[in-house]
Design a protein around this ligand. Structure first.
Ligand code: GN1
Ligand code: MG
Length: 335
C-alpha cells in the first residue's frame, strides 16, 4: 500500500487521497482503485516481465490517446507529462474510474452482448493508422509461435505434467488445420488493422444506469492484428455462460443467438471499413482465438504455471480443457 501511495503523487490527480485498494481480476498486471476527495481512479502496475518494452508501451498509449477518442477512458499523465511513471517499485499508469460503469464478467443477455460488440466495433472503426503502433508482445497472436511454444513445453516437460496433459495435447493436435487456414486467409489479402488484441467481455465498461456501452479498457496489447482476432476473442468470452476456469465442463455452451447479437453489434459499427475477406472470416476468428488460448493455457500448465496467475495447480489444465471444449462446439462454424 505504501508504494502505490508514493507513486500516486507522481500523477496529475485531483483531490486528497482517501483510499487505495486492490481491484479487478486481470491475470497479468496489479490494479488498484484510488479514491480521492474529488475523483476516482485506477492505478496499475505494469507487469514488465511480460511488457518488456516500456518505451513502446508508452508510445502506443500516446498514439491512442492523441485524438482523445471518446470510446477510451481518459488516462492521467504524470507531473512530467508522460503516460508512465517508473521507479524501483515498478512501472505505473493511471486512468479515470467512472462510478457509473461496470465490467461484465459473464454475458447473460443478448442486449449486453450487442453492447460489447458495439464497443469493440467502435474501437475498430477508429481505424487508426496501424503503422503508428508496434507489437508490444512480439507474435502475441501468432498461432505458429504459440504452437512452437506448446511443442517445446511438451518436449521439455519441466513440470512433469505431460502424461496428465496427454488427452488435451491429443485434442489440440486435431486442430492444427487452424494455422493453415490462417495462412490461407493472409494469402487472400486479409489487411492488418489496429486491434485491441484482448477483447474479453470484461475489457468493456457498460453504464450501470442504461446498460449501454461506455468505454473500451485494458489498452496494453493494442497494436497490429486482424479484425478476426478482436471479433474472435469476443466469441470466445461471450458465447458460453461459463468462466474460463469453470470446474464443470458440461456447463460450456455455444449460444447461437448471442453470436447473432454480437455480429450485429460489431458490424453495425465497423462493417463499412471491413473488406469482404474480413467479414467472411469473423466466425473463424472465434475458432482461432479459442484454439490460441487453449494452446497458451496448455503450454503454461506443462511449464508449471510460469505465466498466468493461478489459484491452484489444476487451474491452467482446466482453462485449457474448457477452451478445447468450446472449440469443439465451434465446429458448427466449419464451412
Ligand atoms: C490475459 O491479464 P488479462 O486478463 O488482461 C492475456 C490475454 C488472455 C487473457 C485470458 C498480455 O489478459 O491474452 O486472453 O489473459 N494477456 C496477456 O484471460 O497475455
Ligand atoms: Mg489484458
Amino acid at each position: 500500500m505504501d508504494r502505490p501511495l508514493a507513486v500516486l503523487e507522481q500523477f496529475q490527480i485531483k483531490g486528497a487521497i482517501e483510499s487505495v485498494a486492490l481491484f479487478g481480476s486481470g491475470h497479468i498486471n496489479d490494479t488498484y482503485k484510488v479514491e480521492t476527495t474529488s475523483a476516482r481512479y485506477l492505478l496499475q502496475r505494469i507487469n514488465t516481465s511480460i511488457f518488456r518494452d516500456t518505451g513502446l508501451f508508452e508510445s502506443n498509449l500516446g498514439a491512442l490517446m492523441a485524438g482523445k477518442p471518446e470510446v477510451l477512458v481518459a488516462h492521467i499523465p504524470t507531473l512530467e507529462e508522460q503516460w508512465l511513471f517508473t521507479d524501483d517499485s515498478g512501472t505505473w499508469k493511471m486512468q479515470v474510474f467512472d462510478e457509473d460503469t461496470y465490467a461484465p464478467q459473464l454475458a447473460d443477455h443478448p442486449d449486453q452482448v450487442r453492447e460489447v460488440g458495439k464497443g469493440f466495433g467502435k474501437f475498430m472503426a477508429l481505424n487508426l493508422p496501424v503503422d503508428a503502433f508496434g507489437e508490444i508482445i512480439p507474435d502475441f497472436h501468432s498461432i505458429d509461435w504459440r504452437l512452437k511454444q506448446l511443442d517445446e513445453a511438451i518436449a521439455n516437460n519441466v513440470a512433469g505434467r505431460k502424461a496428465e496433459a496427454q488427452p488435451l495435447i491429443d485434442q489440440a493436435d486435431d486442430y492444427r488445420w487452424i494455422a493453415e487456414r490462417m495462412e490461407y486467409l493472409k494469402g487472400q489479402g486479409l489487411p492488418l488493422r489496429l486491434c485491441h488484441n484482448d477483447t474479453k467481455i470484461d475489457n468493456i465498461l457498460l453504464s450501470r444506469s442504461s446498460g449501454h456501452f461506455k468505454y473500451v479498457i485494458d489498452l496494453d496489447t493494442v497494436g497490429p492484428g486482424y479484425a478476426l482476432y478482436d471479433f474472435g476473442d469476443m466469441m470466445r468470452t461471450l458465447l458460453s455462460p461459463t468462466k474460463e476456469a469453470e470446474p464443470d465442463v458440461s456447463k460450456i455452451e455455444l449460444r447461437q443467438h448471442y453470436y447473432q447479437s454480437l455480429r450485429e453489434g460489431f458490424l453495425g459499427e465497423c462493417e463499412g471499413m471491413l473488406h469482404k475477406v474480413e467479414i467472411e472470416s469473423l466466425s473463424f476468428g472465434g475458432q482461432y482465438m479459442t484454439y490460441l488460448m487453449a494452446i497458451r493455457f496448455l503450454a503454461d500448465f506443462l511449464n508449471g504455471d510460469m505465466y498466468y496467475k493461478v489459484s491452484h495447480k489444476q487451474e491452467n489444465f482446466i482453462r485449457a480443457r474448457n477452451q478445447l471444449r468450446l472449440l469443439k462446439l465451434m465446429d458448427i462454424f466449419n464451412s
